[in-house]
Design a protein around this ligand. Structure first.
Ligand SMILES: *Cc1c(COP(=O)(O)O)cnc(C)c1O
Ligand SMILES: [Zn+2]
Length: 442
């Protein structure tokens, strides 16, 4: 059992029973007809829409099931385009009862052409989906927006998560917006900047002496005892649906077309599986004509269970017990969705590769210096792996490629320092400046 350091922070002003600081904007209604329920991914057993995540029969993961025939008749490009400039424009394809818009711009982030990076890597049609500009500066705002809305609908008063860093700040901030108390649990060696990023919103932060997998196990035990909504435990089926919006936006921003190849960073693997599900749903509902998206995954070499299983041809993932990488947001040694990621990537003719600390930092520098996008370490992983995939011929020059940049560089400033030239100190004289210029051009 890991030792827990409890750090209490004043959050007494915010409880669900006193009405909360932020006015609730959602209400629990009847489950809409488009939501059929939950379904076991393994044995197909069906369950009602409840805060549960594991099948009682086979322990498989539960997934939200929609009535696609109904959606095909009711959802159109026009109905979506009339919606808000956020993930809620796709609310019909999300498992919420009501429009859960808190007035925050979560999602609808830029999909920008990346010709300079493309030239550097040998690609003719590269795009960057820049999710570093969400409210708490990572893609986690998407999944948390859906999970927090659902937690409210289910009547929970406390919203919690096991986090590798970014989820904590997304949960802490969403708690303010929807009026839920928040508890966030992180491994003790999480970057200081990410700890402060969660504390500033007034969350109760629990720093756990252990790895993310220890934190996750502890949280499962807490979830059994306390009636709390845990993002990535009991409300995980709803949480993970939020990631689909990255596929929806990508297709809409490309003029309702799917790209040829996507490169996605992997922690638990949920993001990759749900981006894939998102493209499949767009075809099912008739919003795009067809898709044949190749899907590739990116991991850090210091925590690469999926890349390793892919390389070895294994169906299952062998956990990494001691992750050791600067890409801490991806440091999940035992990824819950690893098995499904392997299946998807093989079926869709991509690959999973990993990147060393040096390659990650260089990837961050390259992206910033070619496209003006400063990504955190996870973005460095994605760019570094994309580079390898092009060199290996797995991603091809003519393909329309989308690289998912999932977090902001200001969160992991220290990581990029080793590949940057430190500034030179110059005397405040013209001569000194001229000498400095000469030295630089030499
Ligand atoms: C959480 C996270 C991911 C991947 O998440 P999954 O667990 O695979 O869904 C990717 N990038 C960043 C920056 C993250 O915080
Ligand atoms: Zn089952």
């Amino acid at each position: 059992m890991p030792t827990v350091t409890l750090t209490e922070h004043a959050s007494s002003a915010r409880t669900a029973s006193n009405g909360a600081a932020a006015a609730p904007t959602t209400a629990a209604g009847a489950v809409p007809a488009r939501l059929k329920g939950l379904k076991c991914r393994e044995c197909g057993q069906q369950y009602p829409i409840e805060p549960i995540h594991v099948c009682n029969f086979c322990f498989g993961p539960l997934e939200v099931e929609y009535d696609y025939d109904l959606l095909a008749r009711t959802v159109t490009r026009e109905s979506i385009e009339r919606g808000p400039l956020s993930i809620w424009r796709y609310k019909d394809l999300l498992p919420v009862n009501e429009l859960a818009d808190t007035g925050w711009r979560v999602g609808y982030t830029p999909l920008q052409p990346a010709p300079n990076l493309g030239r550097a890597l040998g690609l003719d049609d590269l795009w960057i989906k820049n999710d570093s500009v969400n409210p708490t500066f990572s893609f986690k705002d998407r999944v948390v927006a859906v999970a927090s809305a659902k937690a409210r609908e289910f009547g929970f008063d406390t919203f919690a998560c096991a986090s590798t860093g970014n989820l904590a700040s997304a949960v802490a901030a969403a708690g303010i917006r929807v009026g839920l108390k928040t508890y966030v649990f992180l491994p003790w060696d999480t970057e200081h900047s990410k700890i402060l990023n969660a504390l500033v919103y007034g969350a109760t932060l629990v720093s756990v002496k252990g790895t993310y997998d220890d934190v996750n196990r502890l949280c499962s035990e807490i979830a059994d005892r306390r009636n709390w909504a845990f993002c990535n435990i009991n409300v995980r089926p709803y949480y993970s649906e939020g990631s689909k919006t990255l596929a929806f936006e990508t297709a809409e921003q490309l003029g309702w077309q799917a790209p040829d190849h996507v490169v996605v960073p992997i922690a638990s693997g949920s993001l990759l599986t749900k981006i894939t599900k998102g493209f499949e749903e767009l075809v099912k509902v008739g919003l795009i004509d067809h898709e044949q998206v190749c899907v590739s995954g990116a991991q850090a070499a210091g925590c690469n269970p999926v890349a390793e299983a892919y390389a070895q041809g294994w169906d299952a993932v062998k956990p990494v017990h001691r992750p050791d990488t600067i890409a801490k947001s991806l440091a999940i040694g035992n990824p819950a969705d690893g098995y499904y990621v392997l299946k998807i990537v093989r079926e869709r003719e991509g690959a999973v590769r990993d990147a060393s600390n040096e390659e990650i930092a260089e990837g961050m520098r390259l992206l910033a210096s070619t496209e003006g996008v400063f990504a955190e370490t996870a973005g460095g992983v994605t760019v570094a792996v994309l580079k390898k995939l092009v060199q290996e011929g797995i991603v091809r020059r003519g393909e329309r490629v989308v690289a998912y940049i999932t977090g902001n560089g200001l969160k992991t400033l220290d990581a990029v320092a080793p590949v940057l030239t430190q500034p030179t100190l110059v005397e405040p004289t013209l001569d000194a400046f001229e000498a400095f210029l000469q030295e630089r051009s030499a």
